[in-house]
Design a protein around this ligand. Structure first.
Ligand code: SF4
Length: 387
């Protein structure tokens, strides 16, 4: 039996309303997983068998993660999907740019499904392809485009990845951003190279300053909403890092004051944050690293240690549940879950899997062949990076 999506979405809407009111942050989400939905998800998953491969991003809800065949960050999940060519359907429990990357990296016969098309990413949306093409013209007019290598974070649309491939750049993740920047600067004569870093200014700045030893003055921020990006040609000529004015709406909300407050509150606490956080937060923290780094660090920590973690709340809560021998808290008391990641809830997953089991492919994500070609070149360049 397949229930209408409208009925299935009711519980999801209740979640959204609760989140909008702010009453559930950072506490529990309302219980959406009524017993029928769990049983239906199990039945649909069994009916699909090896024909489907369900991917769950680390920031997904528990009720969704429990049905994931693998969990990971966006790049690991796309690679996992590509390594399972026998799976006709890839059900991506994540956000839109991740499903696009999975479509680019998987074989033509594999169909990628995003259970809710509203699951986007505000950071990826901050760099529209028309804005980026216009920025490139600004760089050309300033006479610096020939010195610039684009480096785009995985958290970008397929169109931005395609732009990056067309202009000889590379994709990076939060794990390999330093290696990607090293590679990019090596592509131009020493002292002349510049990087256009898209779309997360914080990851670009944190990597350039903390890992490559640049100064904040080596970085400029290109604002697509201002004429010429808000920069003079001389500023563009002097800069080494041209940072796109984008940020994560979750990680961007942590502040240095949060770090100071938790140090007051919790004796001997270690502050562990993601590099999408602002520069002053990262410099005030004890440790900074990717989602996978955060998970590994907590797993390796001795019992009795105290952590304040600055990343998405679903993951922090799961880490706290998995490691009751440690004191793990969320860095900030009022930052919510990533609202777009949380669009994927059990009702949407049940609807997607039941539809597939009934022979209807819903919410398929496809990337046009030309964009996919160039995006693949940029992704392959990342895979060829050392380490
Ligand atoms: S956590 Fe931030 S970067 Fe990740 S999907 Fe949400 S808005 Fe985008």
């Amino acid at each position: 039996m397949t229930t209408s999506p409208a009925a299935l979405l009711l519980l999801g809407r209740q979640h959204d309303l609760a989140s909008e009111r702010g009453v559930e942050c950072p506490g529990d989400l309302p219980a959406a997983s009524d017993p029928d939905l769990v049983q239906r998800a199990q039945a649909a998953r069994e009916a699909l068998g090896d024909r489907a491969f369900v991917l769950g991003h680390h920031y997904q809800r528990d009720e969704v993660i429990r049905f994931a065949d693998v969990t990971g960050d966006s790049f690991k999940l796309a690679r996992d999907a590509a390594a399972r060519p026998g799976a006709e359907f890839v059900v991506f429990c994540g956000v839109h740019f991740m499903a696009e990357s999975a479509d680019i990296l998987t074989a033509d016969h594999q169909q990628v499904v995003l259970p809710d098309l509203a699951a986007g990413c505000s950071m990826a949306d901050m760099a529209a392809i028309a804005q980026v093409e216009e920025a490139w013209e600004v760089l050309e007019d300033a006479g610096v485009a020939a010195d610039v290598v684009p480096v785009s974070y995985m958290n970008s649309s397929a169109a931005i990845k395609g732009f990056t491939g067309r202009h000889g750049g590379t994709i990076c993740t939060s794990s390999n951003a330093r290696t990607a920047l090293d590679w990019a600067f090596e592509q131009r004569p020493a002292g002349r190279g510049k990087v256009l870093f898209l779309p997360d200014q914080h990851l670009g700045r944190n990597t350039a300053v903390l890992q490559l030893g640049m100064s904040l003055g080596d970085c400029v921020v290109y604002d697509p909403h201002r004429p010429l990006g808000g920069l003079t040609p001389q500023q563009l000529r002097d800069a080494r890092m041209i940072l796109w004015r984008g940020h994560c709406s979750v990680h961007g909300r942590f502040t240095a004051a949060n770090v100071a407050a938790v140090r007051e509150r919790v004796p001997d606490v270690k502050v562990l944050v993601h590099p999408e956080c602002r520069h002053d937060v990262v410099t005030a923290a004890d440790l900074v690293g990717s989602t996978e780094f955060i998970i590994r660090t907590i797993e390796a920590a001795p019992p009795g240690t105290s952590w304040a973690v600055g990343t998405e709340l679903n993951l922090v809560r799961r880490l706290a549940a998995r490691h009751p021998d440690q004191q793990i808290s969320f860095l900030e008391q009022t930052v919510c879950f990533c609202s777009t990641m949380n669009r994927i809830d059990l009702p949407h997953l049940v609807w997607a899997m039941e539809s597939l089991a009934a022979g209807r492919v819903v919410n398929r994500i496809t990337v046009d062949p030309d964009t996919a070609h160039w995006a693949r070149i940029a992704l392959d360049q990342m895979l060829a990076l050392p380490g």
